[in-house]
Design a protein around this ligand. Structure first.
Ligand code: SF4
Length: 402
């Protein structure tokens, strides 16, 4: 597939003109944010934006209604959140959030800064479209199913499958070679893409994965890892393999208030932003973990895996998006708070379109994504019920697997 225009993914240096004001997206490789970085983001959100830090489906963050882009740039540079002006939009790296702490076949977190440094060191890779996604899966299968472009999936403690365009290429590499091979694959994508700026993803190039694999010149076996997008979000108390505790925390519609972020930063541990718009706070002793839950649960962080908030996601909607037919987030919030988001049905009815409904009448069980128009931005890769606003001001829902 070839589009007519280059990708227009926002960054810090290239803001998106959203309907509610300029929007800045800040890349966070591996989703890892240090406490001082979280404080800087919270202060920027409050003083330069709308007061919230939005979590994205790539483990990045964005600020809305940015009032002073120059001031934001300086603040982010000061805490290491904008290490390059040329490569800022290509640093899209997601990694298994629990890797090295709970389960998994290998620890992929160590690969994140090496891959990031390799991207930054290659001038040509600044040409990668901002849509290209690098995935590092420690073998548990939580990341490889996200449909990335180039990635690795652990098949042993020191063996990785090379993932191209969301599928196992059949190429097997060691941890020591993983970053070099991914960078070579990125160059291969640019070779195939040529001057066609309308090809934003490896998926957009016919036989792109096979052709990149050929360019790499590595042998391909016949075994393939089956990848699935279906995974439970890590939520609540999670015992680490080393005796410490990680806390998985859901964030209502992925929007983290600045004040809550500052309380999280006060724990003085790194925080991982997950591609499910949630957080993982690792490496806590039991006493600290109990205090964190006691303080942050009343601040609307979600530690209960049965919370209806974990069943819902939504696009920006009004007022952030001019295309939206309604204030989607207000409608989905009302649905949650009035008990109309039901637990998953173990015996769901056969998929069928449901009649047009007023926002106050929509009652759906299980995972659901609310959208202000048919584009369905931010729709998860997992099966969801689509709830889409129509021209008449109503919603229509259609259960449909991804
Ligand atoms: S789904 Fe439609 S209304 Fe929602 S953010 Fe995307 S374009 Fe805007």
């Amino acid at each position: 597939m070839t589009r007519q225009v280059p990708d227009s993914c926002p960054g810090v240096l290239r803001l998106h003109a959203a309907a509610d004001g300029p929007l800045a997206r800040i890349r966070v490789p591996g989703g890892r944010v240090e406490p001082e970085q979280l404080v800087a983001l919270a202060e920027a959100a409050r003083e330069l934006g709308d007061g919230n830090i939005e979590l994205t489906s790539r483990g990045n963050v964005q600020l809305r209604q940015v009032r002073d882009a120059g001031e934001l740039t300086g603040r982010l540079e000061a805490v290491g959140l904008l290490p390059s002006h040329t490569h800022e939009r290509v640093r899209n790296i997601v990694a298994s959030p629990l890797s090295g702490r709970i389960g998994g076949s290998a620890d992929v977190h160590g690969l994140v800064p090496v891959l990031d440094a390799g991207l930054l060191a290659a001038p040509r890779l600044a040409e990668l479209p901002g849509r290209v996604l690098f995935t590092l899966d420690d073998g548990r299968g939580d990341i490889s199913g996200l449909g990335g472009d180039i990635g690795v999936h652990a098949t042993g403690t020191d063996e990785f499958a090379l993932i191209l365009a969301g599928h196992d290429s059949g190429i097997r590499i060691s941890a020591a070679d993983a970053v070099d091979v991914m960078l070579a694959a990125a160059h291969g994508f640019l070779d195939l893409r040529g001057d066609d700026a309308g090809r934003w993803r490896l998926h957009d190039i016919e036989d792109g994965a096979d052709r990149v694999a050929e360019l790499l010149g590595l042998s391909r076996g016949s075994d393939r890892v089956e990848l699935s997008a279906a995974q439970d979000i890590p939520i609540g108390w999670l015992d680490q393999d080393n005796g410490l505790v990680a806390l998985g925390a859901g964030v209502r519609l992925g929007s983290l208030p600045a004040r809550t972020a500052e309380f999280i930063a006060a724990v003085e541990r790194p925080v991982f932003i997950t591609p499910w718009r949630s957080l993982v706070l690792p490496d806590l002793d039991e006493w600290t973990a109990e205090q964190v839950v006691r303080v942050l649960a009343p601040m609307e962080l979600i530690f209960d895996a049965n919370s209806p908030w974990l069943q819902v996601s939504a696009c920006a909607g009004r007022p952030g998006c001019a295309k939206s037919r309604t204030d989607v987030r207000a409608d989905v919030t009302a649905a949650v708070e009035s008990g109309r988001v039901l637990p998953p049905d173990p015996n769901p009815p056969a998929p069928q379109d449901i009649p047009l409904l007023d926002a106050t009448e929509v009652t759906v069980a299980g995972r659901q994504h609310w959208s202000g128009c048919d584009r369905r931005c931010g729709r998860p890769h997992t099966p969801v019920t689509d709830i889409v606003a129509t021209d008449t001001g109503h919603y229509q829902s259609s259960p449909k697997p991804t």
